[in-house]
Design a binder for this molecule. Sequence first.
Ligand SMILES: C[S@@+](CC[C@H](N)C(=O)[O-])C[C@H]1O[C@@H](n2cnc3c(N)ncnc32)[C@H](O)[C@@H]1O
Length: 206
Amino acid sequence: MRLPFDHFNLIARYYDRLIGRPEYDALSELLEAGPGQIVLDVGGGTGRNGIGLLAVGARAIVCDRSPEMLRQARAKGLPAVLADVGRLPFAAASVGRVLVVDAFHHFVDPTPEAAQASAVSELLRVLQPAGRLVVEEPDIRRAGVKLIALMERLLLMGSRFLAPDRLMAAFEAAGAATVTVNDDGFSAQMVFTRGPAFSKRKLAPP
Ligand SMILES: C[S@@+](CC[C@H](N)C(=O)[O-])C[C@H]1O[C@@H](n2cnc3c(N)ncnc32)[C@H](O)[C@@H]1O
Protein backbone atom coordinates (compact mmCIF):
# COMPACT_ATOMS: atom_id res chain seq x y z
CA MET A 1 0.00 0.00 0.00
CA ARG A 2 1.21 3.54 -0.81
CA LEU A 3 0.06 6.88 0.57
CA PRO A 4 -1.56 9.36 -1.84
CA PHE A 5 1.05 12.07 -1.26
CA ASP A 6 4.74 12.59 -1.86
CA HIS A 7 6.78 12.20 1.34
CA PHE A 8 9.53 14.44 -0.01
CA ASN A 9 7.18 17.34 -0.65
CA LEU A 10 6.23 17.14 3.03
CA ILE A 11 9.74 17.05 4.49
CA ALA A 12 11.53 19.26 1.93
CA ARG A 13 11.94 22.22 4.31
CA TYR A 14 13.63 20.07 6.98
CA TYR A 15 15.43 17.62 4.70
CA ASP A 16 18.95 19.10 4.81
CA ARG A 17 18.89 19.38 8.60
CA LEU A 18 17.63 15.79 8.93
CA ILE A 19 20.14 14.22 6.57
CA GLY A 20 23.29 16.25 7.07
CA ARG A 21 26.15 17.21 4.84
CA PRO A 22 27.56 14.79 2.24
CA GLU A 23 31.25 14.07 1.57
CA TYR A 24 31.72 16.58 -1.23
CA ASP A 25 35.37 15.72 -1.88
CA ALA A 26 34.65 12.04 -2.34
CA LEU A 27 31.74 12.76 -4.70
CA SER A 28 33.76 15.24 -6.78
CA GLU A 29 36.58 12.73 -7.07
CA LEU A 30 34.30 9.90 -8.16
CA LEU A 31 32.64 12.18 -10.70
CA GLU A 32 35.99 13.57 -11.82
CA ALA A 33 34.14 16.86 -11.73
CA GLY A 34 36.18 19.94 -12.48
CA PRO A 35 35.81 23.60 -13.51
CA GLY A 36 32.95 24.21 -15.93
CA GLN A 37 31.77 20.60 -15.83
CA ILE A 38 28.01 20.20 -15.79
CA VAL A 39 26.70 17.57 -13.38
CA LEU A 40 23.11 16.43 -13.74
CA ASP A 41 21.98 15.46 -10.24
CA VAL A 42 18.99 13.17 -10.80
CA GLY A 43 16.70 12.68 -7.81
CA GLY A 44 18.86 15.55 -6.60
CA GLY A 45 16.22 16.89 -4.20
CA THR A 46 17.23 20.02 -2.30
CA GLY A 47 20.57 20.28 -4.11
CA ARG A 48 22.38 19.05 -0.99
CA ASN A 49 25.03 17.42 -3.19
CA GLY A 50 24.92 19.90 -6.05
CA ILE A 51 25.82 22.87 -3.90
CA GLY A 52 29.06 21.19 -2.77
CA LEU A 53 30.20 20.68 -6.36
CA LEU A 54 30.49 24.44 -6.79
CA ALA A 55 33.69 24.26 -4.71
CA VAL A 56 35.50 22.43 -7.53
CA GLY A 57 34.04 24.77 -10.16
CA ALA A 58 31.47 22.27 -11.46
CA ARG A 59 27.88 23.35 -12.11
CA ALA A 60 25.04 21.17 -10.92
CA ILE A 61 21.61 20.96 -12.49
CA VAL A 62 19.17 19.42 -10.05
CA CYS A 63 16.48 17.22 -11.56
CA ASP A 64 13.72 15.84 -9.36
CA ARG A 65 10.02 15.08 -9.42
CA SER A 66 9.24 16.84 -6.12
CA PRO A 67 8.39 20.53 -6.59
CA GLU A 68 9.04 21.25 -2.90
CA MET A 69 12.48 19.63 -2.89
CA LEU A 70 13.31 21.67 -6.01
CA ARG A 71 12.12 24.85 -4.31
CA GLN A 72 14.90 24.31 -1.75
CA ALA A 73 17.45 23.70 -4.52
CA ARG A 74 16.43 26.92 -6.27
CA ALA A 75 16.73 28.83 -2.99
CA LYS A 76 20.42 27.79 -3.04
CA GLY A 77 20.77 29.33 -6.49
CA LEU A 78 20.90 25.99 -8.31
CA PRO A 79 19.13 25.44 -11.62
CA ALA A 80 16.34 22.95 -11.04
CA VAL A 81 14.32 20.86 -13.49
CA LEU A 82 11.05 19.17 -12.58
CA ALA A 83 11.10 15.74 -14.22
CA ASP A 84 10.74 12.06 -13.59
CA VAL A 85 13.85 9.91 -13.96
CA GLY A 86 11.89 7.73 -16.38
CA ARG A 87 11.56 10.64 -18.84
CA LEU A 88 14.54 12.94 -18.56
CA PRO A 89 14.11 16.08 -20.69
CA PHE A 90 17.67 15.94 -22.04
CA ALA A 91 18.98 14.81 -25.40
CA ALA A 92 20.74 11.48 -25.83
CA ALA A 93 24.47 11.56 -25.02
CA SER A 94 24.25 15.20 -23.89
CA VAL A 95 25.55 15.15 -20.30
CA GLY A 96 29.13 14.52 -19.22
CA ARG A 97 28.47 13.79 -15.56
CA VAL A 98 25.38 12.27 -13.96
CA LEU A 99 24.86 11.80 -10.24
CA VAL A 100 22.23 9.80 -8.32
CA VAL A 101 22.61 9.85 -4.53
CA ASP A 102 20.31 7.99 -2.16
CA ALA A 103 17.51 8.16 -4.72
CA PHE A 104 17.55 4.95 -6.78
CA HIS A 105 15.53 2.98 -4.20
CA HIS A 106 12.87 5.72 -4.37
CA PHE A 107 12.32 5.22 -8.11
CA VAL A 108 9.22 3.07 -7.69
CA ASP A 109 6.33 4.44 -9.76
CA PRO A 110 4.30 2.88 -11.29
CA THR A 111 6.09 -0.25 -10.01
CA PRO A 112 9.63 -0.54 -8.62
CA GLU A 113 10.66 -3.00 -11.34
CA ALA A 114 9.42 -0.81 -14.20
CA ALA A 115 10.64 2.47 -12.67
CA GLN A 116 14.12 1.20 -11.89
CA ALA A 117 14.51 -0.42 -15.31
CA SER A 118 13.55 2.83 -17.07
CA ALA A 119 15.78 4.81 -14.70
CA VAL A 120 18.76 2.67 -15.72
CA SER A 121 18.08 3.16 -19.41
CA GLU A 122 17.34 6.91 -19.12
CA LEU A 123 20.45 7.62 -17.03
CA LEU A 124 22.60 5.84 -19.62
CA ARG A 125 20.75 7.43 -22.55
CA VAL A 126 21.60 11.00 -21.49
CA LEU A 127 25.21 10.17 -20.56
CA GLN A 128 27.91 11.11 -23.06
CA PRO A 129 29.93 8.14 -24.34
CA ALA A 130 33.03 9.22 -22.37
CA GLY A 131 30.97 10.48 -19.42
CA ARG A 132 30.70 9.20 -15.87
CA LEU A 133 27.61 8.20 -13.96
CA VAL A 134 27.95 7.95 -10.17
CA VAL A 135 25.25 6.07 -8.28
CA GLU A 136 25.40 6.09 -4.48
CA GLU A 137 22.97 3.77 -2.73
CA PRO A 138 22.63 2.62 0.88
CA ASP A 139 23.89 -0.97 0.97
CA ILE A 140 20.89 -3.10 1.93
CA ARG A 141 23.17 -5.90 3.19
CA ARG A 142 24.07 -3.71 6.19
CA ALA A 143 22.04 -3.84 9.41
CA GLY A 144 21.65 -0.04 9.64
CA VAL A 145 20.28 0.13 6.10
CA LYS A 146 17.90 -2.77 6.76
CA LEU A 147 16.51 -0.71 9.64
CA ILE A 148 16.02 2.30 7.37
CA ALA A 149 14.32 0.07 4.79
CA LEU A 150 11.95 -1.16 7.51
CA MET A 151 11.21 2.40 8.58
CA GLU A 152 10.48 3.44 4.99
CA ARG A 153 8.20 0.42 4.70
CA LEU A 154 6.27 1.48 7.78
CA LEU A 155 5.99 4.97 6.29
CA LEU A 156 4.52 3.35 3.14
CA MET A 157 7.19 4.89 0.92
CA GLY A 158 7.32 1.87 -1.38
CA SER A 159 11.15 1.89 -1.53
CA ARG A 160 12.98 -0.98 -3.20
CA PHE A 161 16.66 -1.41 -2.35
CA LEU A 162 18.93 -3.44 -4.62
CA ALA A 163 22.22 -4.78 -3.25
CA PRO A 164 25.27 -3.35 -5.06
CA ASP A 165 25.90 -6.47 -7.14
CA ARG A 166 22.30 -6.47 -8.40
CA LEU A 167 22.47 -2.77 -9.15
CA MET A 168 25.72 -3.14 -11.08
CA ALA A 169 24.29 -6.13 -12.96
CA ALA A 170 21.26 -4.01 -13.96
CA PHE A 171 23.46 -1.22 -15.36
CA GLU A 172 25.82 -3.67 -17.05
CA ALA A 173 22.91 -5.54 -18.64
CA ALA A 174 21.83 -2.17 -20.10
CA GLY A 175 25.27 -1.69 -21.65
CA ALA A 176 27.23 0.17 -18.96
CA ALA A 177 30.71 -0.68 -17.80
CA THR A 178 31.50 -0.45 -14.08
CA VAL A 179 34.61 1.66 -13.53
CA THR A 180 34.90 1.33 -9.77
CA VAL A 181 32.94 0.59 -6.60
CA ASN A 182 33.57 2.18 -3.20
CA ASP A 183 32.11 1.34 0.16
CA ASP A 184 31.97 3.91 2.95
CA GLY A 185 30.62 1.47 5.51
CA PHE A 186 27.00 2.44 4.85
CA SER A 187 26.54 3.14 1.14
CA ALA A 188 28.10 1.80 -2.04
CA GLN A 189 29.30 4.33 -4.60
CA MET A 190 29.37 2.91 -8.10
CA VAL A 191 30.91 4.64 -11.10
CA PHE A 192 29.69 3.68 -14.57
CA THR A 193 30.47 4.66 -18.13
CA ARG A 194 28.66 3.69 -21.28
CA GLY A 195 30.49 0.45 -22.02
CA PRO A 196 31.38 -1.13 -25.35
CA ALA A 197 28.17 -3.19 -25.25
CA PHE A 198 26.16 0.04 -25.11
CA SER A 199 28.00 1.48 -28.10
CA LYS A 200 27.45 -1.68 -30.08
CA ARG A 201 23.79 -1.82 -29.20
CA LYS A 202 23.19 1.84 -30.01
CA LEU A 203 25.51 2.41 -32.93
CA ALA A 204 25.51 -0.82 -34.90
CA PRO A 205 24.20 -0.32 -38.46
CA PRO A 206 20.72 -1.78 -39.00
C1 LIG B 1 16.30 10.62 -0.31
S1 LIG B 1 16.07 11.92 -1.47
C2 LIG B 1 17.74 12.19 -2.02
C3 LIG B 1 17.95 13.60 -2.51
C4 LIG B 1 19.39 13.93 -2.88
N1 LIG B 1 19.88 13.07 -3.92
C5 LIG B 1 20.28 13.87 -1.68
O1 LIG B 1 21.17 13.02 -1.62
O2 LIG B 1 20.11 14.70 -0.80
C6 LIG B 1 15.35 11.08 -2.88
C7 LIG B 1 14.90 12.03 -3.97
O3 LIG B 1 14.48 11.27 -5.10
C8 LIG B 1 13.39 11.96 -5.69
N2 LIG B 1 12.63 11.04 -6.55
C9 LIG B 1 11.89 9.97 -6.18
N3 LIG B 1 11.35 9.39 -7.26
C10 LIG B 1 11.75 10.10 -8.34
C11 LIG B 1 11.52 9.97 -9.74
N4 LIG B 1 10.76 8.98 -10.24
N5 LIG B 1 12.10 10.86 -10.57
C12 LIG B 1 12.87 11.87 -10.08
N6 LIG B 1 13.12 12.04 -8.76
C13 LIG B 1 12.57 11.16 -7.89
C14 LIG B 1 12.59 12.44 -4.50
O4 LIG B 1 11.66 13.46 -4.84
C15 LIG B 1 13.71 12.90 -3.56
O5 LIG B 1 14.02 14.25 -3.75
